[in-house]
Design a protein around this ligand. Structure first.
Ligand code: HEM
Length: 345
């Protein structure tokens, strides 16, 4: 399924069930991401306060307060730098408290965890990736206790013990840890990379962000299963039980919606009809990304990426010509390393 219209039709339809996360179920099974129907709706409602106006302001304040420390400690490479920054965001959302000097310790656990949560796309031995991820998860649970204060995931889970048993709570934490760091860190690298070829003033950064999100959806495809025979608007029949892969990369480059030059980076482009400037990168319908407002901002909060990008640009961020980037061993397009040069903070 690769046209924007067909992809959106499937993602918004209640006749298709979530099927994206089978192999990674030991890490994220039973979470909001893989639930369906009324139970899913209920879980989403419980989690909504994580993205309230006050919560968004709190998350932004945490990023603002910790940004320069993260930049100082990881100035040579945008991948660990981005992950460190977004770990502070994750800690604020989840309720891991002030990470302070423990950021490197958590960063070391994050690598294997992120690879295991997206094991479906890994080009390494999947059994090995999962075993490493589960070992990292156990170290996370043992070493990083949750604190149930404020509008955090930990507080919501503590207030609804019937909804999350201890194992389900750990999985939800792993989902939010991965969701807050993986795609954001990948996005930061892509946008710095695009801006290094197409310099833009600061007041065009949100256009650049949206255009980067459209061209490089961190999750390239979403899987769904038909719950009954479904005839799509274009007449195509999907039989009950059949799987469909919704190709976000292709849908986001559909010339009917994004123009004849849809493969090009052209921030601020006009977009047809109901589509958003970032296409389907955050999904659509019942599973629409719960964290989108953190990334793209709202009418009152600009979103953490703009803050981070502005600061990195003040410091003259640019790719290091002597150290080439390294792609991660996965079918998703993200980097293991993206060396940069920065002025000292
Ligand atoms: C560049 C950043 C991000 C991208 C591209 C992204 C992308 C996505 C996509 C495509 C989905 C839908 C999955 C599906 O339909 O199967 C999703 C769901 C989700 N995202 Fe994000 N995400 C991002 C950042 C975040 C952040 C910062 C959070 C933190 C709260 C977050 C939390 C979630 C959650 C909890 C879900 C599951 C929602 C549900 O199934 O009801 N995401 N995300």
């Amino acid at each position: 399924m690769s046209s924007w219209a067909e992809a959106d039709e499937i993602l918004t339809s209640r006749l298709f069930a979530q099927e994206s996360k089978h192999e990674s179920a030991p890490l994220v099974g039973g979470t909001v991401l893989v639930m369906d129907g009324p139970a899913h709706l209920r879980r989403r409602r419980l989690l909504a306060p994580l993205m309230s106006r006050t919560a968004l302001a709190d998350h932004d304040a945490v990023v603002a307060a910790t940004l320069d420390d993260c930049v100082r400690s990881q100035a040579a490479d945008l991948v660990p730098l981005g992950r460190s920054v977004f770990l502070q965001l994750a800690a604020s959302i989840i309720g891991l408290g002030d990470l302070g000097g423990r950021t490197p310790e958590l960063l070391a656990l994050l690598g294997p965890l992120l690879e295991a949560v997206t094991v479906e796309w890994s080009t390494r031995d999947h059994a090995v990736v999962l075993a490493e991820g589960l070992a990292a998860r156990d170290r996370l649970v043992a070493g990083f206790p949750l604190s149930a204060d404020g509008s955090t995931l930990a507080a919501i889970m503590a207030a609804h013990p019937g909804e999350w048993d201890p194992e389900a709570a750990v999985r939800e934490v792993v989902l939010f840890l991965a969701a807050s760091t993986l795609n954001n860190a990948a996005l930061l690298v892509h946008v710095v990379d695009e801006l290094s070829r197409c310099p833009l003033p600061d007041d065009r950064l949100s256009d650049a962000l949206a255009e980067t999100l459209r061209l490089y959806p961190p999750t390239v495809a979403l899987l769904r299963r038909a719950l009954e025979d479904v005839t799509l608007r274009d007449g195509r029949l999907v039989r009950a039980g059949e799987y469909v892969a919704v190709d976000l990369h292709a849908a986001n480059r559909d010339p009917a919606v994004f123009g004849a030059d849809a493969d090009e980076f052209r921030p601020g482009r006009a977009v047809d009809g109901r589509a958003r400037p970032w296409g389907l990168t955050f999904g659509s319908g019942p599973h629409l990304c719960l964290g989108r407002a953190v990334v793209t901002g709202t009418a009152v909060t600009p979103g953490v990426h703009l803050r981070i990008l502005r600061r990195l640009r003040e410091l003259g961020v640019r790719p290091d010509p002597d150290r080439p980037p390294v792609l991660a061993p996965t079918a998703q397009r993200r980097h293991d390393s993206y060396p940069v040069l920065l002025a000292p903070t």
